[in-house]
Design a protein around this ligand. Sequence first.
Ligand code: NVA
Length: 385
Amino acid sequence: KLVVAVQGTRKQHVDTVGPKVDRQKKSPVCSYNEWDPLDEVIVGRPDNACVPSLTPEVKAISSPQQWEFFRKFGGQFFPQEHLKKAVSQIEEMCNVLRHEGVTVRRPDIVDWSKAYETPDFKSKGMYAAMPRDILIVIGEEIIEAPMAWRSRFFEYRAYRSLMKEYFQAGAKWTTAPKPLMSDELYDQNYPVESVEHRYKLSSEGRYVTTEFEPCFDAADFMRCGKDIFAQQSQVTNLFGIEWMARHLGPDYKIHLLQFKDPNAMHIDGTFNVVGPGLVIVNPARPCLQSEMFKKAGWKLVEAPKPMVPDDHPLWMTSKWLSMNVLMLDEQRVMVCKHETPTIKMFESLGIKAIPVDIRFANSIGGGFHCWTTDVRRRGVLESYF
Ligand code: NVA
């Protein structure tokens, strides 16, 4: 027998064959913001990562100079020597996290080169490298995002062992409505040739994803207690943000933020909240609502210019991964070892930098924040805004 809470009572007994859960026990999943002391984290895996094909949604976030790479390697593994280095850098990152007292969990190893077909499209997979893109923890609930790229349709499969375990130990587990990802979800004629034109389109709220059905990547949401900041982007539509707002209900307020960004995809390289009222902002992507934060007494600190050399491959992102840091608590930040100006900036804010090198891992699409999903932080739901 399970004990279920119905309309506020905790004592209705029903016959069930489901797993037995001690509801008095604390959920293994619990996090309300990006900076409370980190207890447990999922770190992604570079293993078997595949390059996505050059579809309209991939074109929309990459520059024409990068297209040759996608044309040549789409559907194949990322260059193997590079992946090997990424694997060892991420292992080292996990060791540092453990050394800092954090429990590290990993997704399953999956063969992402397997072709798949749904009634609407054919694709191959991409990877389970960036848990931040697919999983978001809000309170005791872990939500699997629907995603928006066809190459990421089945990404959730790598995390199902972990999801089942967390659920059986008492977490609330939700998957957002799975999109069809049929042709109607993408503006097939989305103009991608000129960056200027894309600035204009994004200022009008026009992205490659249409409003055909809800879609979002979890990394377009930034948690800050009762306030959650979201951006519409090439992978997150208004339908998806509305789903999230209604799903979370009145305990949370989702603020839609806009940035001057021609390739918007994932808010954590643009606006990274690292403490109560403390945000690292991207000087190349001004926030149109920055006054709202200043009025609330928040401190907006501009990220220093990234130090990544031009010849280091970043196949899926800009260099602004330099500001894509992971807070271990309010006083400790995991930051790239080579980003001296960023390290100095954190030190000037009284935050101790824990330098780690994941440059080869950066190449396949993310920094420390992208490579992780914080499963449990010690803290409670508060309002900071
Ligand atoms: N897509 C953004 C954010 C990555 C974390 C970028 O390339 O800067």
